[in-house]
Design a protein around this ligand. Structure first.
Ligand code: BF8
Length: 677
């Protein structure tokens, strides 16, 4: 075979640079992208302009599940007329291939969330067994509130009377039963009984109750092996089973036990963006997902010993900041400000002021090591399953049995590194105030009305039309679209149309950075009805509910709305929708699928890797609604995306017979004036 020789005399083509303004709407990020370019440090934004996505992979129709391929099944130019005859070497159709690829994304997403949940449950077991003194039960009330979900008694009979059971005993039984959910041999997951009964009955009827968390992931991997499941509908059914094991169990148990051990969040004030870093402080950025690590770093950073040590090295103190979901975990419980979301992880190092970046699992760029090498930043991996090959990366394995010791060791390393900073530190000044830390409990408290303990006031405001409906807007950033733009544009359009937004993950950080998480936002951006409610109650129109595993809080909030009454009998009856405008991760697909399988109309931005198999995509976008009441959708334009949600909400309002109430609100004169203002 003739091999074309490279002309070594030709200079290599210089990589293109991203336009910082086209790359991000955030001014601080634009400044750091420019700085990185000036210093010759490449970031994700530059890489995105140099590498385009594979046109076949993006449509979901490349199969690499065996070594006869990869088989690629591009759509014929002009679309498919008549029978779709595309097939791989084994005969796999485009629908099978796209469904298998989709299922593997679900499996990876479920595995990531649920393995996080397992780690939390294991730490909780250590706490219950008194094997660690570094963690404890901070919220026994929450443990008592969730005990029934795993059939753990909170009282015991003594001399014919029911008395309170010892909390340690409850914790131990709960921990053992919770861990059992990952691998039990018989039965189905207990946690799913928290869903509204009609929804649970739908799952039973369709045979999709998950048996245990691990098994459903393994089964996806089996079914998608070459030559196993060749029916896209059957594959989607398994996606449902596995994703329910995530949203209603793996993630939900993670959230619950994190609240029990680290405290249930309640609203607090903080800040967000790269500007939270301080030139005269030791800056430690914690990045990843599991709060088991970050909780300990927070505690260690507040110890007098560490503060004194930082001062002895010439710093005024220690400034912690977060990236990605770790940021949300330490924000919602301690008010530690996020320094940025997913696409900003390299940029915080580019400030030259990041003395250490501490990472655990998920959403961590491998290129962090290359960026850290150009500055003084110590990059520290902490998790046995997530190491980096580059030799400038330090690995300090974190173990719950000596967690505080590990955290102090990490912090000392950061403090010792303070004096190694270069002279050129540039911290962009931008930071915004935010109110975060909402949860099922605090929404109930704030919107619960005089008698508390009910979502009825929220429902009442929906019924009377002041609030049109609700949307859970969650998920990532994606370098294929302008950083934070889709999230923010979509949400502004929703709240302008009186849709209250619940947010988590990197989307929540985008909202915080753009100043949407304050009660004052209501007067600026909201429609008159939502503005009135927010101003009366004193909450932002966009409520920050935490990290991505905390999407389980959204499921439970929807369940509470169903229970409160007046808006139908099931989640699918509610005027509500889900959305991930800048999604990029497999976890987002798992989340999307459990929302759809729980009856929620769920719209993704960008592109779903299903477009190359129109029949399979139709099944997700249309047919699933007939089974579970929820369906997938996709809109690249954020305004169209918002209006697809609003149309859905209006359709549900009409079905509930509450559309007339809203019309009256819109005809109100004061409302019109407020709108014009
Ligand atoms: O789990 S939102 S980029 S950080 S995947 Fe990752 Fe996406 Fe951010 Fe949290 Ni969720």
């Amino acid at each position: 075979m003739a091999v074309e020789k490279k002309d070594s005399t030709k200079p290599a083509k210089a990589p293109k640079l991203a336009d910082p303004i086209a790359a991000s709407i955030d001014v601080a990020s634009q400044q750091m992208i420019r700085r990185a370019q000036d210093l010759g440090v490449d970031t994700v934004f530059d890489r995105a302009v140099n590498m385009k996505p594979c046109n076949i992979g993006i449509q979901g129709i490349c199969c690499k599940n065996c070594a006869m391929g990869p088989c690629r099944l591009p759509l014929p130019k002009g679309g498919i007329e008549g029978e779709d005859t595309r097939k791989g070497l084994c005969g796999a159709t485009a629908n099978t291939i796209a469904a298998r690829n989709f299922a593997r994304m679900v499996a990876a997403g479920v595995a990531a969330h649920s393995d996080h949940g397992r780690a939390v449950a294991e730490v909780f077991l250590s706490v219950a067994r008194k094997e660690t003194e570094d963690y404890r039960i901070k919220d026994p009330g929450k443990l008592l509130a969730i005990a029934h979900t795993l059939d753990v008694a909170t009282t015991v009979e003594v001399d014919g009377e029911q008395v309170d059971r010892d909390i340690d005993e409850i914790a131990l039984e709960f921990a053992e039963k919770a861990l059992n959910e990952w691998g039990k041999a018989e039965g189905t997951l207990e946690y799913l009984k928290r869903a509204p009964k009609p929804l649970y009955d739908k799952w039973v009827k369709n045979g999709v109750l998950p048996r245990n968390i691990d098994r459903e992931v393994v089964e996806i991997m089996h079914r998608t092996h070459m030559g196993v499941d060749q029916d896209y509908k059957n594959l989607v059914k398994q996606c449902t089973r596995a994703s329910l094991a995530d949203g209603w169990a793996g993630s939900m148990i993670a959230t619950d036990l994190q609240d029990v051990m680290f405290g249930t969040p309640s609203p607090l004030q903080s800040e967000a963006n790269i500007g939270i870093m301080k030139e005269d402080h030791v800056n430690v950025i914690v990045h990843g997902h599991e709060p088991v690590l970050s909780e300990m770093i927070v505690a260690a950073s507040q110890s007098q010993e560490m503060i004194d040590y930082a001062k002895s090295k010439g710093a005024k103190g220690i400034q912690l900041g977060g990236i990605c979901c770790t940021a949300n975990e330490i924000l919602q419980r301690h008010g530690v400000p996020p320094a940025g979301n997913f696409l900003q992880q390299e940029l915080v190092i580019v400030t030259g002021a990041c003395d250490a970046m501490v990472v655990d699992v998920q959403c961590v760029f491998q290129n962090l090591a290359n960026v850290a090498k150009c500055f003084h930043t110590k990059l520290i991996t902490t998790h046995p399953i997530a190491r980096m090959e580059q030799d400038n990366v330090i690995h300090i394995e974190f173990d719950e049995h000596h967690a505080m010791e590990d955290a102090k060791r990490i912090l000392k390393m950061a403090i010792d590194n303070f004096e190694n900073r270069g002279t050129e530190v540039v911290i962009p000044p931008q930071k915004a105030t935010q109110i975060a830390g909402f949860g099922v409990e605090s929404i109930e408290y704030h919107l619960g009305g005089t008698f508390r303990g009910s979502y009825y006031t929220l429902n009442d405001n929906i019924i009377n039309g002041r609030i049109r409906g609700g949307a859970g807007v969650v998920g990532c950033n994606n370098a294929r679209s302008q950083h934070n733009n889709e999230c923010v544009t979509l949400i502004k359009e929703l709240i302008k149309n009186d849709v209250v937004v619940l947010t988590t993950g990197c989307n929540a950080i985008a909202c915080a950075t753009e100043g949407l998480l304050t009660p004052e936002t209501a007067a600026v951006y909201c429609g008159p009805g939502l503005a009135e409610v927010c101003e009366t109650v004193g909450i932002p129109p966009v409520l920050h509910l935490g990290s991505c595993v905390d999407n389980s809080r959204i499921l439970l909030a929807l369940t509470e709305m169903v229970k409160a009454g007046g808006l139908g009998n099931d989640i699918s009856d509610l005027p509500a929708a889900g959305s991930a405008p800048e999604w990029m991760s497999e976890k987002a697909i798992a989340i999307g699928h459990y929302f759809v399988s729980s009856g929620v109309y769920t719209v993704f931005g960008g592109i779903l890797q299903t477009t190359g198999a129109p029949v399979f995509q139709d099944y997700l976008f249309k047919e699933m609604e007939k089974i579970y009441g929820g369906k997938w959708d996709m809109h690249t334009d954020p305004i169209k995306h918002a209006h697809a949600i609003i149309d859905h909400i209006d359709k549900k309002r009409k079905a509930l017979g509450i559309d007339k109430a809203r019309e009256r609100v819109l005809m109100d004169m004061a409302s019109r004036q407020a709108l014009e203002a």
